[in-house]
Design a protein around this ligand. Sequence first.
Ligand code: HXC
Length: 261
Amino acid sequence: DGTHFETITVHTEADKVGIVTLNRPKQLNALNDQLMDELGQALQAFDADPAIGCIVLTGSEKAFAAGADIAAMAKYSFADVYKGDYITRNWESIRGIRKPVIAAVSGFALGGGCELAMMCDFIIAADNARFGQPEIKLGVIPGAGGTQRLPRAVGKSKAMDMALTGRMMDAAEAERAGLVSRVVPFDKLMDEALGAALIISDFSRIAVMAAKESVNRAFESGLSDGVMFERRLFHSLFATADQKEGMDAFLTKRKAVFQHQ
Ligand code: HXC
């Protein structure tokens, strides 16, 4: 499947997890408009596929993605990028994906690569992962949420440090700072990410989507509004068959089998 893509490959695991692998190895998965278009299409196709419950986005051992494609960007003028919305035009499509997207990061996640990982719902890192926002070294700044999502993830001081010095964080620092949820040896990375994705896929899809929506709401609202939003979603889940199944399975000491309705 996915043979029509040139810059990514697409697979499924156990018919319920979608896997997208960034595949421009010679450029360390540098992100150009074609790759971002293909990534958006692949993610939207998995989001629309009723069999799929969770998506994993990964790269190679050496690089998740070394950033936006500098060779493609270097020649642009302000007028080019502003009028054409070049480089940035299709990044926000990832935000519209309603099923969970896990980033499985090995090697470099720099610039747009770090921003792409942060657009995912959570990051599982290999012990060789390196995160950074080195755009300052190129005479620019992050352009796909790096100055916005990084401070939300790691706080102001470390985000400023990263954005102003362009230094890289290793996996241990990223885990201490809360940027990544887990760190595992590289050879366990895909097992760990797929394990999490398979667990998520078997839960009520409605509850999973509601949980994602509600956590994301925390970054868009004040506490009172966020708590009210969560309460409304929580109450609404009592209208699902999955809530009856989940609670009955607990009380009768059996494994729940969710029908996603
Ligand atoms: C284009 C890139 C690239 C990039 C690496 N390559 N990163 N090409 N865009 N972002 C290419 C190199 O030119 C080289 O091509 C090949 O990949 C291997 O890279 P090397 O540099 O030889 O590897 P290494 O010495 O191991 O160093 C790895 C690295 C370094 C530390 C990751 O490549 C690096 O610093 N890359 C740039 C990182 C960066 O600045 N990212 C931010 C980009 S701006 P050849 O042909 O020589 O073999 C950005 C803005 C986001 O992301 C905006 C979003 C909308």
